[in-house]
Design a protein around this ligand. Sequence first.
Ligand code: PAF
Length: 331
Amino acid sequence: MSLIKTFLTQQVPAIALACAAFGMAAPAGAQTEVKIGYALAVNSHYGAGAKAWADSVEQATGGKVKFKHFPNSALGGEREMVESVQLGTLEAVIVSSGTLSNFVPEVGVADIPFLFRDLAHARKVLDGPIGQDLLAKFRSRNLIALAWGEQGFRHLTNSKRAVNGPADMKGLKIRTMENPVHLTAFRTLGAAPTPMAWPEVIGALQQGTIDGQENPMSVIVSAKLAEVQKHLTLTGHVYSPAALLVSTKLWNSLDDAGKKALTDGARTGVVAMRAYVDDVERRGVEAVRAAGMQVIELRDRSAFQKALEPAYKQYYSRYDKALIDSIANTR
Ligand code: PAF
């Protein structure tokens, strides 16, 4: 190997690594690899967002910053992936808000049931000052949150019985995310909520240790839940945002142009995620019906809303009521 080649292959990555470790911008010409983890498949909304993010950054940096994808929880559950980003051993993650309130408790406000009227309302709040303030709070937890992506509105699936209203929820063992807002909601509805990390869920549904779970159409379709669940009730009980996070270590290793490429790319990723969600909201129900699921459309959700009223007392004591009201009143 020539001396120049030896320098390029051995010394340049070492210099980049050293710069990253000491929080310095990598020298021009150095390569940066961004390992990105997510819980779902490449052909999911997370995969679509990650790919668009990666493509945009690679293009803007002329290939100096390259993403390496770890889909399907290959790097662990969402909590573990966020912890790795905090430690700087993983550079990027796309993750649901359900997990994030364990790191930035204020984010839990977005998980309050029936707070958002529709996708347009949620996007307006998250792209506006409220959403941006929430993103800024991640810095004190050693995380850089670049943008809010989304999953869509969460619905209930189970294999025990058709759920037409809150009375049918009684005693159902429903897997929830490890999230206090969701746990309160499902307890209030009379179900037996079982918090569980996502990588364990499909196995638990197959073995019958839980009866059901709840997730948006984007997950129900891309994770092929029709193969393990019989009934789908379109409860739309909670809007599910997702955040695009990077490590402080990666952030500090980039110069201003690199930071801009990463931030612009995250926004491009959000556009792709939202397009996926719009599409799956339109065609997902027919797809799962064709795969054998029995779907209850539940046009009137007011019975669920009423049954959840007692939970609001807890939400008001946990979160700022003025913030909840200002989210609800955003038009
Ligand atoms: O239910 C969850 O844990 C999340 O919605 C999932 C499927 C991991 C995507 O973030």
